[in-house]
Design a protein around this ligand. Sequence first.
Ligand code: PEP
Length: 251
Amino acid sequence: MTRRYFIAGNWKMHNNTTETKELLTAMKQNFQNINDSEVMVAPSFTSLQTAKEILEGTQIIIASQDCHSEDKGAFTSAVSCPQLKEFVSHVILGHSERRSVFGDTDIVINKKLKATLAHQLVPVLCIGETLQERESNKTLEILKAQLDGGLAGFEEKDLETLIIAYEPVWAIGTGKTASPQQAQETHEQVRKHLADMYSQEFADKTRILYGGSVKPENVDELMGQTDIDGALVGGKSLEAESFLRIINFKK
Ligand code: PEP
């Protein structure tokens, strides 16, 4: 089964509206997509309107980096899916920084996933193990628990749009990348678990992105792995030239 590549930029807490305008204008002007990948950017909430204006008429998808699970209410500072829907079509959920800094548990992420799907937004669900977990051979156990918890209560038919991002925590923002072989092996195990949870057909069609210090120098080899269907890029998505090179990876 062919899975369309998906290259995503997670801007984290970077870029005001002027910087957003500059970065997206540079990207748009030089945008080519030789791999015909789907391309997504996830700016901060404050830059979503600017991103929407600049990317109007392009194929570039806009995502938010998180959402709240409720539609509205007394949740100071939070942003709901109905509010986000004015700007975005996709939502990143369960990023490791959301898990470790803001305390998002699998139960919270599961509720957010429910809200995302209820509002026809496409979820990009992040999973990943810490260095300590990898070193104590717990990688698979952790990933399975994150998938089981995050996807609890959903049937295969609910998850047609789901995108998974495997991001080893020890590789995020550290400059350390999982080797292509390490990443491939883990992606294969994640896909196998999706098959066990749902069906082989579901596992075969679900895209699994790799994230963790993806850069122009390592993207080609990573994207060449059978079970890697794209990338979630942090640091290098803030540089137009680097991100464009990543989008145009060579297999
Ligand atoms: C991320 O933010 O999801 C990420 C993978 O960051 P970086 O590419 O900087 O490691």
